[in-house]
Ligand binder design. Structure first.
Ligand code: AMP
Ligand code: MN
Ligand code: MN
Ligand code: MN
Length: 282
């Protein structure tokens, strides 16, 4: 377990804990620095500012919460997730940008609702999704939950593999802003742009190299190099790549749900010794 977790979700996006529950779990797991990174939403940080819980009061809390976000972007037709750490979450250009992201999400959700009804023959999809998402922004994982609830797949992973992934009957076209634009908006809001889970995009070494090069050239600051599922060999490769472009390293569990014990808060592989930790820059 690590005291530093710079990637996790609440029920403001596709996580299942409230902000207070998440912070309590971080305390229980011994996490000291926690970046809450909901998809395209800073609602958790607005909530903390408005109603500071006993736990989040700076002088009392054993956990330092870092204002952060995970923004969806596109590069060569693939979705690339960029985490913005230590942002000014009230920065108007950033909040306007996130409003546009959420509009893109709701347009995509409308398209997905139709696909669920016509292609998967699920009825009453809009109201079922509204119940699952409980007022948060709509993510594809909410549709994966619906697919599981309807008995059409046994778990999230298979719901994505069978229906939601590129080329499957309920896939949707990517439409996110370019990665460079997302890095720029994070920099503009005073944050540090971190590429989330670089091995999950399933690029070969040469394309991964091009991706990291483009990321660094546009002003990106770090790569995640310690997260659940990364293999030691992949970690060494990412560390080399990060160092060759003068990027720092970051770490995070990408926590969503308590039952996903393999991605619990603070549960990340060892951080490599030969890379600069991005949190030293906070
Ligand atoms: P979205 O940003 O709405 O496209 O949704 C992406 C989210 O879906 C990710 O952040 C994950 O939480 C989840 N997700 C994507 N692919 C998979 C997968 N293969 N298995 C399980 N969850 C996935
Ligand atoms: Mn997610
Ligand atoms: Mn992600
Ligand atoms: Mn995430």
């Amino acid at each position: 377990m690590s005291e530093i977790d710079l990637h996790c979700h609440t029920l403001h996006s596709d996580g299942s804990l409230s902000v207070a529950e998440l912070i309590q779990r971080a305390v229980d797991n011994g996490v000291k620095i926690l970046a809450i990174t909901d998809h395209d939403s800073i609602a958790a940080h607005t909530e903390l500012q408005r109603t500071p819980t006993q736990l989040s009061k700076a002088d009392l809390s054993p956990v330092k919460v870092i204002p952060a976000v995970e923004i969806s972007s596109g590069w060569r037709g693939k979705d690339i997730h960029i985490v913005g750490l230590n942002i000014d979450h009230q920065h108007p250009p950033l909040t306007q940008f996130l409003t546009r992201q959420r509009r893109l999400r709701s347009e995509r959700a409308t398209e997905l609702v139709a696909k669920m009804e016509h292609r998967l023959k699920i009825s009453d999809v809009a109201s079922k999704i509204a119940r699952i998402a409980r007022g948060s922004i709509i993510c594809r994982s909410h549709f994966a939950q619906l697919i599981v609830d309807e008995g059409k797949a046994v778990d999230f992973r298979r719901a994505f593999e069978k229906f939601l992934q590129k080329g499957k009957i309920a896939s949707v076209q990517s439409f996110w802003p370019d990665m460079a634009e997302v890095v720029a908006i994070i920099n503009c809001a005073g944050g540090l742009a971190v590429m989330a889970h670089p091995t999950r995009y399933k690029f070969n070494n040469s394309i991964l190299h091009d991706l990291v090069e483009a990321f660094a050239a546009s002003g990106g600051k770090a790569l995640e190099v310690a997260y659940p599922g990364i293999k030691p060999q992949q970690q060494r490769r990412l560390t080399r790549l990060a160092n060759s472009f003068s990027l720092a390293g970051s770490q995070g569990s990408d926590f969503h749900h308590p039952y996903q014990h393999w991605a619990d808060l603070g549960k990340v592989p060892f951080f490599p010794a030969d890379i600069h930790p991005v949190w030293k820059n906070f």
